[in-house]
Ligand binder design. Sequence first.
Ligand SMILES: Cc1cc2nc3c(=O)[nH]c(=O)nc-3n(C[C@H](O)[C@H](O)[C@H](O)COP(=O)(O)OP(=O)(O)OC[C@H]3O[C@@H](n4cnc5c(N)ncnc54)[C@H](O)[C@@H]3O)c2cc1C
Length: 437
Amino acid sequence: MKYPSVPLNQNDNGWLIDHQQTTRYPVLVGNQTADWVVVGSGFAGVSFARRLACLNPELKIILIDANGAAESSSARNSGFIIGLPHNIGSSTAELKKAQGYRSLLQAGINQLSTLIGQHQIVCQWENIGKYHCQVSSSNQRILKEYCDHLSMMEEPYQLLQQDELEQKLATRFYRQGIYTPNTILVNPASLIIGLVDHLPQNVTVYNHSPVMEINYGNNIQVRTPYGTLITGNIMLATNALSRELLPATSRQAAMATFASITAPLTAEQRQRLPEMSSWGLTPVNAIAGATLRYTPDHRFLIRQHVIPALNGAVTAAQTYQATEQHRRLFNKIYPQLNDVPVLRTWSGTISVTRNGAPVWGKLKKGVYTAGGCNGAGIAKQTIAGSLLADYALSQHHPLIGAMLELGHANYLPPSPLLDVAIKLSLAKERFLGRSEG
Ligand SMILES: Cc1cc2nc3c(=O)[nH]c(=O)nc-3n(C[C@H](O)[C@H](O)[C@H](O)COP(=O)(O)OP(=O)(O)OC[C@H]3O[C@@H](n4cnc5c(N)ncnc54)[C@H](O)[C@@H]3O)c2cc1C
């Protein structure tokens, strides 16, 4: 029997610095039955559980996590709720798929927006768009292509040169950038914690209960250290983590990426910058480049560095390397702020598939999954999770077609071949984007 390595980040989520104490959910102890078990309380699992519970309030649903929502990647990300596909492609078929994908992301955003309004979830929700920027003049082709794609999608955008960017971002680090309005910025930890705290009554939550083994049979047995769940239906919302639990060939790989947050700027430090409200920036090369934010409470967030993490574990040494890297980069971008301390660096896992398609749908009788986020998952995993509930209960939903049109993730080879392939592909991306970091 090969047990899953449950996710482990030897670092603390910086989004929780100012967060008041989070609700404590019990550990699963003893045996229980449920109509549905959902493993994983990130955006995918939480939206699936919510939708299932709303479609049928009679169902007994159990949402279980190895840690809890506050420790998931859903709480550890950079907080960009993106409403646009990244790669649009140039053929008519690709354009149609991208339009379908945009409808899905928009539906995800709408769901989240409705829920934070309904439950008064305080999560620094700001509808302020984002900048997509390049550092090196040799990468102009990438931005030009992106502009063409945005025009094809009839998406509004603004192309900005170095001087204009300096006025917005207070740095001359970026040569060119595109501003698109269709992105929300949030504190992701406050958002996902708030969503779990307001789940319908027929969803019971257990934390710190890692699923170590699942016996698939007519009755599915979900085994954790101190308790077992017996169910007819299970949804694995573990993204690329705990691959050993999936009753199917592997189609996704877990990688880890890191983010750091600074202390809030003092009044004196803020005077060294032009007057500026919060903003967010993504890099043209997501592997080598850095995501950057200036938050409403005057902190900077830096997200950079991607490493393989097939078993979901990140060590303190790997975290320390990322801190050093982020500090150097921050000093390069804002030399006038070299006395601003970095307070936390943390990691989280993302799922990467070979062809960028998700792993979504029914795996076998009573077994479902929504994974393969490919690095962007707030809007995407929210809608993927909720549509999967409709799909599983055979409800008609106009967006299920768009979800299926995203295709299926390709097969990935097992370790150790997979480990080598991931290292090579990351090294290639780092080399191609070396002028962006
Ligand atoms: C640093 C960073 C920055 C990012 N920035 C962005 C961004 O700005 N915008 C964006 O859209 N996306 C971003 N992402 C990606 C985004 O966080 C993910 O796409 C999203 O969290 C995936 O959601 P999920 O619900 O599928 O999985 P997760 O959030 O990973 O949740 C999976 C859950 O499964 C649980 N689990 C796993 N194995 C077991 C087990 N055996 N037993 C019980 N529970 C288990 C885990 O504990 C975890 O809570 C970023 C990711 C990182 C790491």
